[in-house]
Design a protein around this ligand. Structure first.
Ligand SMILES: C[S@@+](CC[C@H](N)C(=O)[O-])C[C@H]1O[C@@H](n2cnc3c(N)ncnc32)[C@H](O)[C@@H]1O
Length: 163
């Protein structure tokens, strides 16, 4: 399970990590994961132990905003995703806005918008390592173009990454 593909994601390693980690949590009181990124392991832990308090951390304001929006404003985040039509202009604008931010915004609306932009950019780009949008800025490679559907209705990850 993962919400978006992120550099260093443990999504592919989770089958090795979870059999070791989950038994350790059977008698645990809480789960803490710093540097959570896309949260491949944290989401699996929360799914397995839905009542266990879970503390996650990331210093990237856009990543932190996305997780705050998921936790505190899921309906607003989903609405924003459903109304969005992926395109190169917004990819550029969101990437620029994310790069310009170095602290988490204070208002809930700004947190939702920044978190949405993080999700949108991560879904439109060709790799979890960053870089240009799928299919390039000119969208000249049909098989690799950014999806025309909203992220909610399309593949959430780069085409080359197994789910
Ligand atoms: C390799 S990614 C984590 C991947 C994650 N384990 C996953 O499965 O998706 C590293 C993350 O740690 C965050 N990070 C790096 N240094 C940090 C720090 N000092 N404190 C908090 N987060 C940090 C980065 O912003 C990045 O999102």
């Amino acid at each position: 399970m993962q919400l978006f593909y992120h550099f260093g994601s443990k999504h592919l390693a989770r089958k090795r990590i979870l059999p070791f980690l989950l038994p350790l949590l059977e008698d645990g009181d809480e789960y803490r994961e710093p540097l959570v990124g896309a949260g491949a392991i944290a989401l699996s832990v929360m799914s397995r132990y839905p009542h266990m308090p879970c503390w996650i951390n990331d210093r990237d304001p856009a990543v932190a905003a996305l997780w705050r929006a998921v936790k505190e404003s899921p309906d607003e985040l989903i609405r924003r995703v459903r109304e969005f039509h992926p395109n190169v202009l917004d990819f550029r604008a969101f990437s620029t806005a994310i790069d310009a931010i170095d602290t988490l915004p204070e208002s809930p609306a700004a947190i939702i918008e920044l978190g949405f932009q993080q999700l949108a950019v991560a879904t439109m780009r060709w790799s979890g390592h960053g870089g240009s949008p799928r299919g390039g800025y000119r969208q000249q490679c049909p098989r690799m173009q950014i999806p025309t559907k909203s992220p909610a209705d399309s593949e959430m990850m780069s085409p080359g990454v197994p789910r």
